[in-house]
Design a protein around this ligand. Sequence first.
Ligand SMILES: [Zn+2]
Length: 275
Amino acid sequence: MPELPEVETIVRDLRPRMVGKRITAATLSKTDVLRKVSKPALLKFLRGSRITAITRRAKHAVFHFAGGRRMVISLGMTGALVVYNRALTPDEVKYSVLLLELTSRSRFVYRDIRRFGAIYLLDQAAWTKYDARLGPEPLDPAFTPEVLGAQLAGSRAAVKKVIMDQAKVVGVGNIYANEALFTARIDPSRPASSLDGREVRALHRAIVAILERAIKAEGTTFRDYRTGTGQPGSYQLRLNVYGRGGEPCRRCGHRLVTTHSIDARATTMCPWCQG
Ligand SMILES: [Zn+2]
């Protein structure tokens, strides 16, 4: 599933290609992704509207419109948001959920094979509520080791589960949680509240550094994820643990181990470096 670096990459690609443009046509092919809005209401709103900004919050892309309304797209497992400066091929329209024409040449498509994604249309009050349910942004300067420490201190759940909890800190999913805990040399199953100050600082540093590096690499592509221009990312070439169970640890050479004991998600770690 796209995590913070993937959605940030998409938003950075869409921004120069869509902001300031008016939507001339909108087509919605599937309605099961709609939340808090009906198909006629969404299409009526989108047609003729001008996009004033595109931002990211957590793992969601946020399209801003004049008047303060926002369309939020959450990508779920298999969602992709791509903008093309040409007509689309049949393959590019396949699995299309939402298609927007911005000018005769510029087209945006939200594609989603399995449709675990969602589209919200929110006014200012609904956005404030939506935003308030999400935790701090890890790349915001206000996200300090003290902020992370306070989030961890209150929970005896596994530290990996806590850093993936979007109410505690946003944007970190299974890939980057595995990577950050390896870099910080912390056993993912440790109770979050058991980390000492030095470990919290190491984990904070690892989360921030890995997310920034992954953004530079335009995200991690295993299957469905594509950038906002339809290209794969390249961080999959630099992963230390995620997807490498059974392979040697890049730090000590011992075999990496994968378990499903935390929240039934794949956890890969080095028992020697993260003991
Ligand atoms: Zn190791």
